[in-house]
Design a protein around this ligand. Structure first.
Ligand SMILES: Nc1nc2c(ncn2[C@@H]2O[C@H](COP(=O)(O)OP(=O)(O)OP(=O)(O)O)[C@@H](O)[C@H]2O)c(=O)[nH]1
Length: 378
């Protein structure tokens, strides 16, 4: 296939239209607002590329100025989509490109004017793409394969446009925007086709990966307390247990609320829910960073702590018990709700999490049997 301008522009038109439509359909199912910006961006590329065909018939204002201006607008929409996707705010300064681009309308249609136009236009497109790429540099726990892909595609695209603007500065560089003449313009058309294809694919990938991660996250969380559920706890525990050694012992604390049924019966299910959330909040506040906190079901919770000691466990258990008891006084009952804790401290990795849960369950049973509102350590 010849890389002639007409073929490249036809490809650009076809891919941009398909990308706009695809992102719009994707938005209908995922309702991620960034997809709307990106779809609008590709629709703008489609309109801009269509208008650029008019330069061949002498309509230079529409075919060059307006068409290339729409290319800038498209990249602005891509940037707005990325900003929306990462939940950032864009400083007002970034709106200045509109004033700059309008100022270029004053440039004459001679070779010097066209050259300045191409340089400024390319630099604006390059900077908008690089800014979008920078916004996608997310923390490792938030970044997905999709965001990484989009980040690098936008970075390469932005660098290409900055290079294009810079090379155009060189004396003797041949460009003729009126008839798509000059190596830079031709290379740019080829890059444009590749870029819109890769950007569109990365954009859908970005949203998909994030959605998958959100679904994964929800599947491993208890909706009421937002602690891990049993499945999430099991999935994460194996790696923590393998890190246990005599110099860094581990502990599993099993917690059950005493007389919880009375809270539900006397104050309603919503009050019971509030108490469960209170316990989850206390655990989040008091357990050392890196601990695993889970609600195994009903009023039973499990906390896995690494690199701990009997003294630390005793302090955590006692404080948790006392603070919970204080919070539970808001729900008066013949027997106020309290906490029973069964703790197992171990200095070698156990053969399985289930065995560990069984052992701490025995400790918990002992705490219940001895009158509740206490902690038993094995
Ligand atoms: N509010 C609320 N209650 C729940 C939830 N899940 C389970 N429960 C209730 O938790 C209670 C747990 O019962 P038990 O642990 O047997 O009762 P208990 O009164 O705590 O008894 P002891 O543990 O022996 O002191 C039941 O009444 C369940 O209906 C929930 O998500 N929200």
């Amino acid at each position: 296939m010849a890389f002639d301008p007409a073929t490249m522009l036809s490809l650009t038109l076809a891919i941009a239209a398909a990308a706009a439509l695809y992102l719009l359909l994707e938005w209908r199912s995922v309702k991620e607002f960034a997809l709307l910006y990106w779809a609008a961006g590709f629709a703008t590329v489609f309109v801009g590329s269509s208008l650029s065909l008019l330069r061949a018939s002498g309509h230079l204002f529409i075919g060059i100025w307006l068409a290339n201006g729409l290319l800038v607008l498209a990249h602005w929409l891509f940037l707005l989509g990325v900003i929306r996707f990462v939940g950032e705010r864009l400083p007002t300064l970034w709106w200045c490109w509109i004033a700059l681009w309008c100022a270029m309308l004053a440039l004459p249609f001679d070779p010097a004017g066209t050259k300045i136009y191409l340089i400024v236009n390319s630099l604006i497109v390059g900077l908008l793409s690089l800014r979008a790429s920078a916004a996608l540099k997310l923390a490792p726990d938030v970044a997905t394969l999709g965001t990484q892909q989009l980040r690098y595609v936008l970075m390469i695209h932005g660098l290409f446009y900055v290079a294009k603007g810079t090379i155009t500065l060189l004396p003797g560089t041949l460009i003729d925007l009126t008839v798509f003449q000059g190596t830079i313009i031709r290379v740019s058309l080829v890059e444009g086709v590749m870029a819109i294809l890769l950007i569109a694919l990365s954009m859908t990938g970005t949203v998909r990966y994030r959605r998958e991660r959100q679904i994964e996250h929800l599947a491993e969380r208890d909706p009421l307390t937002v602690l891990l559920n049993r499945r999430g706890f099991e999935a994460r525990a194996a790696r923590r247990l393998a890190e246990v050694s005599p110099s860094a012992p581990g502990a599993l604390i099993l917690v059950d609320i005493d007389h919880f049924k009375q809270v539900n019966d006397l104050h309603g299910h919503a009050a019971g829910d509030r108490l469960l959330v209170t316990l989850a909040d206390l655990a989040r506040q008091m357990l050392p960073p890196g601990s695993l906190e889970a609600r195994l079901g009903g009023d039973e919770f499990a906390f896995l702590i690494n690199d701990t000691s009997a003294e630390e466990l005793s302090h955590i258990g006692e404080t948790l018990r006392q603070r919970f008891q204080l919070a539970a006084t808001a729900f008066a009952a013949p027997q106020t709700a309290s906490l029973s804790l069964g703790v197992i401290l171990f200095d070698t990795p156990p053969s399985s999490l289930d065995i560990l849960i069984d052992q701490s369950d025995r400790a918990l049973y002992d705490a219940k049997r001895r009158g509740r509102n206490r902690m038993t350590v094995l």
